[in-house]
Design a protein around this ligand. Structure first.
Ligand code: TTP
Ligand code: MG
Length: 412
């Protein structure tokens, strides 16, 4: 039985068109989250190599590391690593069972503290969140002071350390929160980019997984400064469209921002698993529930849509996002559901184990409320998914216009 749990959040992050407006973004990530909570629950674990994961691993060699204390990381243990390898590397590790209820409660408390700031906020997982501080901070000095206050309040209320990044773009803020872990605050401005990226591994850039890093290495890129010091046209020549993406990212030119509720242009729900959901059928069931909740939001908020997106994140950090679009707006449940399943199904049998599943709709248009609610009630809602028929469906000629969006890993 998998030890799963979930999380829902809206990805209210949109491309923002006014590139010249400078913003102050904050990314907060809880340090060695599950392990820190376990050490808090049992202070005897403090200072020791602690792994949160399958407690029987010494006997049956199964499972993966959910996370571990920094003392265990010294031995090369990390999230997503097979327990068997982790125990080879760190034979004295203390294995602790995960306690999702406790993690969820502490995470919620932290998110509530941040919600009180009343600024645009996007929770991006159980232990990470983005805030747009622009409405309440005039400059970086104020933002740094606020970061210190936030950290103190979290210590007082939840007894956990977190790391914070503050930067002009969301992507740089995330790089910042990881830069000086644990218990760090890193400010990145356009003036400090060069020193931040100096010798920083490319894998520290969100979206660059192992595969992409290997491909970049083949082209001679290992550290971020190698990207930072090349011209945009050089990078485009060498890396194609991802060359431009990386250029804009390291120069703080990405323009995503958190869109406040009401302005949103996409609806999505995701679910984080502690441990893998198990087999492909179970993953499909969870995905189906996610589809239902996302579809419900779409209808409740009176939207119709043209584009369906499915996301799967594997243990470790690689994430695959796939989208399909149709030429006309629709609320037709069966069409949208079939699109979502066609996108996700090829990725569910990956042996790395699934950490997160997500479903989203974008290209939204407000609809007539009465018509929408009629659609909602009159559509057929099959209870169970027939995987075989889905597989068969995939081999039929396409009836919808497919517009696949490659993940970063597919660029090369
Ligand atoms: P992370 O923030 O990636 O890791 P962390 O908080 O343990 O460590 P860090 O100090 O580097 O931030 O993930 C948050 C929690 O999510 C983590 O405590 C355990 C869980 N997790 C998994 O269950 N599987 C995974 O593959 C990863 C990466 C995390
Ligand atoms: Mg963390």
């Amino acid at each position: 039985m998998s030890n799963f749990s979930y999380e829902e959040f809206n990805v209210d992050e949109e491309e923002y068109d006014n590139e010249n407006e400078s913003r102050i973004n904050l990314h907060l990530d809880i340090d060695y989250f599950f392990a820190q909570v376990e050490i808090l629950k049992n202070p005897e674990l403090k200072g020791k190599p602690v792994i949160v994961g399958h407690t029987e691993a010494r006997k049956d060699g199964r499972g993966v590391v959910l996370t571990c204390s920094y003392e265990a990381r010294v031995f090369g243990v990390h999230s997503g690593l097979a327990m068997k390898i982790a125990l080879d590397r760190c034979p004295d590790a203390i294995i602790v069972k995960s306690d999702y209820q406790e993690y969820k409660e502490r995470s919620n408390k932290i998110m509530n503290i941040l919600r009180n700031l009343e600024v645009p906020m996007r929770q991006a997982g159980i232990d990470e969140v983005y805030l747009d501080l622009t409405p309440i901070c005039d400059d970086y000095q104020q933002a740094v002071k606020l970061a210190a206050d936030i950290k103190q309040e979290i210590i007082d209320e939840v007894q956990l350390t977190v790391s914070i990044g503050i930067a002009p773009t969301l992507k740089l803020a995330k790089i910042g929160s990881d830069y000086n872990k644990p218990d760090g605050v890193t400010i990145i401005t356009h003036n400090t980019l060069e020193s931040i990226f100096d010798k920083l591994a490319l894998t520290k850039i969100p979206g660059i997984g192992k595969k992409t890093a290997e491909r970049l290495k083949k082209k001679g890129f290992v550290t971020c400064d190698q990207i930072f010091h090349r011209s945009k046209s050089d990078l485009i020549n060498l890396l194609g469209s991802s060359g431009e993406y990386f250029y804009r990212l390291v120069h703080g030119e990405t323009t995503n921002r958190i869109v406040p509720r009401g302005e949103r242009k996409s609806v999505s729900h995701s679910r984080t698993f502690v441990g893998d959901p198990g087999d492909i059928e179970r993953s499909m069931e969870y995905f189906d529930k996610l589809f239902d909740s996302t579809y419900e939001t779409l209808i409740k908020e009176e939207f119709s849509t043209k584009t369906v997106t499915a996301t799967v994140r594997f243990n470790g950090f690689d994430t695959i996002t796939r989208s399909q679009s149709i030429p006309h707006y629709t609320t037709e449940r069966a069409t949208l559901r079939s699109m979502a399943f066609q996108l996700i199904e090829p990725h569910l049998s990956d042996e790395r184990g699934i950490r997160l599943l997500g479903v989203g709709f974008s290209n939204l248009k407000k609809r007539d409320a009465l018509q929408t609610s009629l659609d909602f009630f009159t559509e057929d809602m099959p209870e169970k998914i027939d995987i075989e028929s889905l597989r068969a469906e995939r081999t039929k000629p396409e009836v919808i216009e497919v517009e696949e969006e490659p993940s970063l890993d597919d660029y090369f």
